[in-house]
Design a protein around this ligand. Structure first.
Ligand SMILES: Nc1ncnc2c1ncn2[C@@H]1O[C@H](COP(=O)(O)OP(=O)(O)OP(=O)(O)O)[C@@H](O)[C@H]1O
Length: 624
């Protein structure tokens, strides 16, 4: 029989498992039981729509059989089973589900992290077993298959006889070796304890023959005699967490469930439970993760909640249950009202799902509002991970969701030096302030140094910093927050009501000289009313802004969209005075000054210079 090699990555994980020093090796049982439960889920779901299966929900079960003599522990299920190709694909390579992302540099500390926090799946059995046999038969097939492996050396697959559909995982335990006592996994009470600890919520019975001491029948009352008998018992309570009352479940239990069920390293930021009766009866257990998964911001990310009907999983990722703006939420929804026979396509149009989804949207929103109010630190942590999704959703479809989401958005404030909401900004606005002022740039530091913000800062007026590329679209799409309009602190008129307009008459010739020298590279040159200590800045006026220009340059460079370039100069600055006198005495030098002013303004606006080396040469030429 041909021995096949594991794929390279699987081999590394296997080596890690076999030589693991991990103290919680016991989690292997949880992994094997959860695979068994998944396999039953699949066949159970099928039995609802396919009469051929011939099984009812109560016929499904998992059994555990310890065998002291053979030193084996067998976990059997009557789930969907596997054929030879499935075995090859599922057990020959690392969990294809992608929950385990193998790290290149795995040190000892990271090891316990990986094994402890993650569902590392089937291979974890190699932490306790030196030989594993999988005997399995797929639903619909007559042929059974046997997969065997000692670990890294590879594995074999051969046909075998198996009378029933399902899978037996036979683990031959390693020899005891101080301090590891692998024999404990053959003891009834250890197995019972582990099932209770890790797999209590599994919705199918996990059965094991337990040895019980019973009074012998017929023995006299005063001289009782006992005998040991074996009885099949169900070890788990089978009540899923979401069916239990919130008051009876600890936060640790919720965290553990979330981490194991959804394969996240970190406990969730927030837990939401819903128990609804009325138009549709259902229970939901939702989690707001504390960090985005590796896939979250990629195309591979698949949003959705797990959908159960009376404890039977009917869909793993039901996207229709979650509004797009909250697509980061993980969790389960269980409703006895959903008809099980509906096909997946029909399911998508189910009216009941719509009712649930609308309700969940409200629940999630109010949980986020609660966090914002009562747990600002937690909310800001959440916002760093998922704020972008809220913002994009608020802007989508011309702001269709604006009213629902605008109060969840945060922006950095120039005066508060921290993230604030639009509501907080407006509540601080002095009566005479008409607008919500904002300034855009690549980072808080960059915006902080924008010369145009000087005037507002001088008056201690609050400015919101738009540092995310998408922020730039907020003024256009939102238009207002309440009755307050947005106004750029850097472009156009601030309309403060009492700004001093610069005297331009005396300087007009120099301003014209600047425009002439710089030609089409600037649309306008004007004396600035905003600049105080800085000599120059670039503004874009109405319409497209520099941040939008940068955004489009990144996502659709072919469009070559450009914002207007208005060069604003501080006519009271010594640099301008120098330019004025050079214009008369040494026009060539004055032209160089003009170039420098434009390049400086471009740099401050965060725009790329047309030719950086020409610019530096130009600067150096003035040292003479
Ligand atoms: N008892 C079983 N019956 C049927 N298929 C099984 C069984 N055990 C494992 N498998 C198959 O083998 C695959 C790999 O299992 P493994 O435990 O390594 O990863 P996983 O369950 O997909 O992911 P993870 O455990 O990381 O969430 C499973 O996805 C499943 O297809």
């Amino acid at each position: 029989m041909e021995r096949k090699e594991f794929q390279a990555e699987s081999k590394r994980l296997l080596e890690l498992m076999i030589h693991s020093i991990y103290t919680h090796k016991e989690i292997f049982l949880r992994e094997i039981l959860s695979n068994a439960s998944d396999a039953i889920d699949k066949l159970c779901y099928r039995s609802l729509t396919d009469e051929q299966v011939g099984m009812k929900r109560e016929d499904f079960a998992i059994t555990i059989r310890p065998d002291q003599e053979a030193r084996t522990l067998t976990v059997s299920d009557n789930g969907i089973g596997m054929n030879d190709t499935d075995l090859e694909q599922n057990l020959g390579v690392i969990a294809s589900s992608g929950t385990f992302q193998f790290r290149q540099e795995l040190d000892k500390d990271a090891e316990s992290d990986v094994i402890g926090q993650f569902g590392v799946g089937f291979y974890s059995a190699f932490m306790v077993a030196d030989h594993i046999t999988v005997v399995t038969r797929k639903y619909g097939d007559e042929q059974g298959w046997r997969w065997e492996s000692d670990g890294v050396e590879g594995y074999t697959i051969e046909p075998c006889r198996k009378d029933t559909v399902g899978t037996d995982i036979i683990m031959h335990l390693k020899a005891d070796e101080e301090p590891e006592e692998y024999s404990q996994y053959l003891q009834e009470h250890t197995l019972q304890r582990l099932v209770k600890k890790y797999s209590d919520y599994i919705r199918f019975p996990i059965r094991m023959e337990m040895t019980r001491s019973k009074r012998k029948e017929g023995c006299p009352e005063d001289k009782p005699e006992y005998e040991e008998i074996k009885e099949w018992e169900t070890l788990n309570s089978m009540v899923p967490l979401w069916q239990r009352k919130k008051s009876e479940v600890t936060r640790e239990e919720y965290d553990k469930f979330y981490q194991e069920h959804f394969g996240d390293f970190a406990p969730p930021q927030s837990v939401i439970t819903v128990s609804a009766e009325g138009a549709v009866t259902y229970k939901a257990l939702l989690f707001i993760p504390s960090q985005p998964s590796g896939q979250y911001y990629t195309e591979d990310f698949e949003p959705g909640l797990q959908l159960y009907s009376s404890g039977v999983m009917i869909m793993d990722k039901c996207a229709d249950l979650l509004p797009e703006c909250f697509n980061f939420v993980r969790g389960v929804v269980d409703s006895p009202d959903l008809s099980l026979n509906i096909s997946r396509e029909l399911l998508q149009h189910d009216r009941q799902l719509k009712v649930i989804s609308n309700n969940l949207e409200k629940k999630i929103r109010s949980e986020l509002e609660r966090m914002l109010k009562d747990d600002r630190e937690g909310y800001e942590k959440f916002y760093r991970s998922f704020g972008r999704q809220l913002k994009l959703s608020a802007l989508n479809n011309y702001g269709a969701m604006k009213e629902k989401l605008q109060d969840l958005l945060l922006f950095y404030s120039s005066t508060q030096k921290k993230l604030v909401t639009l509501g907080e900004y407006v509540s601080r606005m002095p009566e005479e302030q008409k607008y919500i002022y904002y300034a855009s740039g690549d980072s808080v530091e960059a915006v902080d140094h924008l010369p145009q913000t000087e005037l507002l800062k001088d008056r201690s007026m609050e400015i919101l910093y738009f540092t995310d590329k998408t922020d730039e679209f907020i003024p256009d799409i939102f238009r207002t927050y309440g009755d307050k309009a947005f106004r750029s602190a850097v472009d156009g008129d601030l309309e403060l009501g009492d700004e001093k307009q610069p005297e331009t008459a005396d300087h007009q010739e120099t301003l014209d000289f600047l425009k002439e020298t710089l030609g089409s590279r600037v649309d306008q040159v004007k004396a600035s009313s905003k600049l105080k200590s800085h000599p120059v800045c670039l503004t874009s006026g109405e319409g497209m802004t520099f941040e939008m220009e940068k955004y489009f340059a990144a996502v659709q460079p072919d469009l070559a969209l450009k914002a207007k370039r208005i060069l604003e100069v501080n006519v009271e600055h010594p640099a301008f005075a120098a330019l004025e006198s050079a214009r008369i005495t040494d026009p060539d030098r004055a032209k160089k000054y003009a170039e420098i002013l434009l390049n400086q303004a471009m740099l401050i606006a965060g725009l790329p210079l047309e030719n950086p080396s020409d610019y530096t040469d130009l600067l150096c030429s003035l040292w003479k």
